[in-house]
Design a protein around this ligand. Structure first.
Ligand SMILES: Cc1cc2nc3c(=O)[nH]c(=O)nc-3n(C[C@H](O)[C@H](O)[C@H](O)COP(=O)(O)OP(=O)(O)OC[C@H]3O[C@@H](n4cnc5c(N)ncnc54)[C@H](O)[C@@H]3O)c2cc1C
Length: 370
């Protein structure tokens, strides 16, 4: 193999470009927008090992975490930092579930440590609010989602053998080739479609018409504040996150009390990450039923802001921006993402869901290992 054509400028497309270049392959990468505008620049930038299901999902996330660190050392502008995370809980039932997680056989591999509230505040002194205890996950990390694609492209461009073609929408496939909307054909030994949550368009015929759609779309709401005066030494999750992440699918989950109605209605959990400029990225919500709202709903934001203030023990800075994002998620089965050959020499890779930023380097590695 000598030459690879990649469609999509999000994190999956860009990690495929990184991997292809590491195999010495020439790369052309197409993106329909002027730059990536999808889930990859709208996420928290959490490289999240703590919540992964034991087994294959944890292994993929761990491999990806190692690759992220290596890339972060090579390309510091990605903003990679091994800051770990604290999952902060507010009552005995949540604390009991954390204890279960901290005593699992893979707890050491995840860097889990159960902390009382004083010890958690020692790890992250910005947390001056009320909580009953915390799970420290040393293996979790942070990157800067708005910076990563551009930083990796700059790195690839400097080394040569890489061509970035923004403003080119792929509209037609042929064996080992793709045509963009200007009529230009791009040929390679392999074409990789990393078209994200665009489930129509070029990927559409290969996702529709199957007995059961292999992927669905999920919409999330997020916000970012003005710079916060304090310094968060870790990312932060609240007890609601225990309801969603598969690592916490343990007997104690059944004993959790009811979720606050506004959080339950929006399938909300608090995740909070401090950006390099000091701002706090706060989220998230989940909607699964399409058509999705075109506007953002203030109610879950009120809930998430209140939760953040409760844990910080102080008022958070004013909101600078709000947005929604949509990711593609593989449906059912043990698959961690969706990969399918759609024509000779053309492969579609999408559907990593809420673990896509985390797992992207390892997913791309698997494409070229095949
Ligand atoms: C709000 C939010 C928060 C999240 N938080 C996290 C997190 O903290 N950690 C984590 O691990 N994951 C997180 N995720 C999930 C993660 O962001 C996604 O799984 C991941 O970004 C998907 O990457 P992608 O490259 O497949 O898709 P995208 O980022 O959507 O990229 C696809 C690109 O393909 C382009 N494209 C589509 N069709 C064409 C075409 N025909 N021709 C040319 N270009 C095309 C699009 O314009 C787009 O730029 C989050 C997702 C969201 C929405």
């Amino acid at each position: 193999m000598d030459r690879v054509v990649i469609v999509g400028g999000g994190i999956l497309g860009t990690m495929h470009a990184v991997q292809a270049r590491s195999h010495g392959l020439e790369v052309v990468q197409l993106e329909r927008e002027a730059g990536p505008r999808g889930a990859s620049v709208r996420n928290f930038g959490l490289v999240w090992v703590s919540g992964r299901a034991p087994g294959a999902e944890l292994a993929l996330a761990q491999r990806a975490r190692t690759l992220w660190q290596e890339l972060g050392e090579l390309v510091p502008a990605t903003g990679f930092r091994s800051h770990g995370s604290l999952t902060l809980v507010s009552d005995d039932a949540e604390l009991a579930l954390l204890k279960e997680a901290a005593s699992l056989p893979d707890a050491g591999e995840r860097g889990f440590e159960l902390l009382d509230s004083a010890a958690a505040t020692e790890v992250n002194p910005a947390l001056q609010g009320g909580f009953a205890g915390a799970l420290y996950c040393r293996r979790d990390a942070i990157v800067e989602p708005r910076l990563v694609p551009g930083a990796l492209r700059a790195h690839l461009s400097a080394a040569g053998g890489y061509e970035w073609l923004p403003g080119r929408e792929a509209v037609e496939l042929a064996p080992h080739a793709v045509r963009d909307h200007t009529g230009t054909w791009h040929r390679g030994d392999l074409v990789v479609l990393c078209t994200g949550a665009a489930h129509t368009g070029i990927a559409g015929p290969h996702l529709a018409g199957l007995e059961r759609p292999p992927v669905r779309r999920v919409r999330l709401q997020m916000l970012q504040t003005e710079p916060f005066a304090g310094h968060l030494t870790t990312s932060v999750a609240d007890g609601d996150s225990l309801r969603y992440y598969p690592a916490f699918d343990l007997p104690g989950r059944e004993r959790l009390g009811p979720q606050e109605p506004v959080a339950a209605a929006a399938a909300a959990q608090l995740l909070m990450v401090q950006r390099l400029d000091g701002g706090l990225t706060i989220g998230d919500t989940h909607s699964y039923a399409e058509p999705f709202d075109f506007d953002v709903d203030e109610m879950p934001y009120d809930h998430l802001r209140a939760k953040a203030e409760l844990l910080l023990g102080t008022s958070r800075p004013p909101v600078r921006r709000r947005w929604a994002g949509v990711y593609s998620q593989v449906t059912g089965g043990p698959a961690l993402y969706y990969r399918a050959p759609v024509a000779p020499g053309v492969t579609l890779v999408t559907g990593p869901g809420g673990r896509g930023m985390t797992c992207s380097p390892a997913i791309a590695e698997e494409t070229f290992a095949a």
